[in-house]
Design a protein around this ligand. Structure first.
Ligand code: ZN
Length: 200
């Protein structure tokens, strides 16, 4: 087991679609263990294989906090089979050190994947929890999609990238998300109203 180097935004492998895992071989198991080691070493909650330069459809997540026992979760060849609702998610990424911005996510997802032993499982994450958002973030990495492609305010995101010496946003990569946008717009208005009420 070892800690791998996490590639930074700008590296082409982050934009490449990853390939399916056909067999959970010893080599794949080593990669999974390294992903977990690397994620824990960097205090991350998730890490996808392309972030260590290995374009395989694998990611790991651990959303345990504080004094809870570690809860490593492994997803091989994941598929999102259901998604609904919307939530504003304040996200960062180990490939974007120190940069955070608000992005659009589904509130609820159901994912089907294989675990480290090649066994198939289905997991549902609801109500915009960290797990629900993290699954979407890591899943995207396998398709060369990055969190900034879901950005809500691109000017805010651009300033954040610049401040942290990261390459600029690729405007042509920003996603059209018609099934999320009306709900996100409502959430933004609610948030603004709350902030106003507080001031009064
Ligand atoms: Zn990421």
């Amino acid at each position: 087991m070892s800690i791998r180097k996490v590639v930074k935004y700008g590296e082409p492998s982050l934009r490449e679609p990853s390939k399916e895992v056909h067999k959970v071989s010893q080599k794949i198991k080593v990669l999974i263990d390294d992903l977990l080691d690397t994620m824990y070493a960097q205090n991350g909650v998730g890490l996808a294989a392309p972030q260590v330069g290995e374009n395989y459809r694998i990611f790991v997540i651990d959303v345990s906090t504080g004094d809870q026992p570690l809860n490593p979760m492994v997803f091989i060849n994941p598929k999102i089979i259901k998604k609904s609702g919307a939530v504003i998610s304040h996200e960062g990424c180990l490939s974007f050190p120190e940069a955070f911005t608000d992005v659009k996510r589904y509130a609820n997802v159901m994912v089907k994947a294989m675990d480290r032993n090649g066994r198939s499982f289905v997991l549902e994450a609801k109500d915009g929890t960290l797990l629900a958002r993290c699954i979407q973030h890591e899943f995207d990495h396998l398709n060369g999609i990055l969190f900034i492609d879901h950005v809500i305010n691109r000017f805010e995101a651009e300033a954040e990238l610049e401040k942290n010496n990261l390459p600029p946003i690729q405007l042509e990569k920003i996603l059209n998300e018609p099934d999320l946008e009306p709900e996100i717009e409502k959430l933004i208005q609610e948030r603004a109203k709350k902030a106003n009420d507080k001031q009064d």
